[in-house]
Design a protein around this ligand. Structure first.
Ligand code: ATP
Ligand code: PRP
Length: 208
């Protein structure tokens, strides 16, 4: 049995066509059923549905053999313990700094609100900027509006969320897409099945 960890929401929606091309179609729809383990049309493959930020943990500990996770989540988790053989080119967005529209560049030590504490720390350190990082779990855009932080580090796609909150994008930290990750022991123990899946995904991606 191969277990693939996927998060609900945009990664799930964008991963479905890729999985379908490999003959993997979930029997139940996680939007309408409360099951967390989904059987698929392939008897040897099941999906586990978890939070996006938990995907690296499940794969690292071998609770899932494979997983699909954003590069943002992988970097923040520190994914040295995982193989990352494929960029799936789905759930694409940018990790950026953003601040109140028109606000001057902050001088000296700045306060940054983000859920990407490690990434933000190393980004500002690499620029020689002293930053106090404030960890939030969501609604980062609110922080500069209420004086909690000078700027935020968050994902930007259309830019609509920033615009709606009177913020503007400032610096690009990195482009983000979702990656296929594989547990290192599973890669050895289930080599044949995992390699076949990788080859199938590569083919699908090459035809896109
Ligand atoms: P969790 O549930 O663990 O808190 P989350 O709410 O951030 O995670 P999603 O919003 O589904 O989960 O995001 C999953 C991944 O999709 C992110 O890690 C990122 O790689 C990508 N992503 C997030 N926001 C966007 C966006 N607006 N456009 C495109 N991709 C995005
Ligand atoms: C993500 C991200 C931004 C938004 C950016 O949030 O945290 O808030 O998307 O997308 P945009 O540039 O197209 O507006 P998401 O929609 O995942 O909501 P969340 O706060 O629940 O993570």
């Amino acid at each position: 049995m191969l277990t693939i960890a996927v998060s609900k929401g945009r990664i799930y929606e964008e991963a479905l066509p890729l999985l379908a091309e490999a003959g993997i179609v979930p029997i139940d729809d996680p939007k309408t059923c409360r099951k967390l383990i989904l059987a698929t049309t392939r008897e040897d493959v099941q999906l586990v549905i978890i939070r996006a930020t938990d995907v690296p943990t499940f794969v690292e500990y071998g609770a899932a053999d494979l997983g699909i996770a954003g590069k943002d989540v992988l970097l923040e988790h520190g994914a040295e313990s995982l193989y990352e053989p494929l960029d799936l080119n789905i759930a694409c967005c940018r990790l950026m700094t953003a601040a109140h529209k028109g606000a001057p560049e902050h001088q000296g030590r700045i306060r940054v609100a983000t859920k990407y504490v490690k990434i933000a720390q190393s980004y500002f350190a690499s620029k020689g900027i002293q930053a106090e990082i404030i960890k939030l779990y969501g609604s980062m855009e609110l922080a500069p509006l209420v004086g909690l932080a000078d700027c935020i580090v968050d994902l930007v796609d259309t830019g609509n969320t920033l615009k709606a909150n009177d913020l503007e994008p400032r610096e690009l930290i990195m482009n983000i897409s979702s990656r296929l990750v594989v547990n290192k022991a599973a890669m050895k123990m289930k080599h044949e099945a995992i390699s076949a899946l990788l080859i199938q995904f590569e083919k699908t991606l090459a035809n896109r």
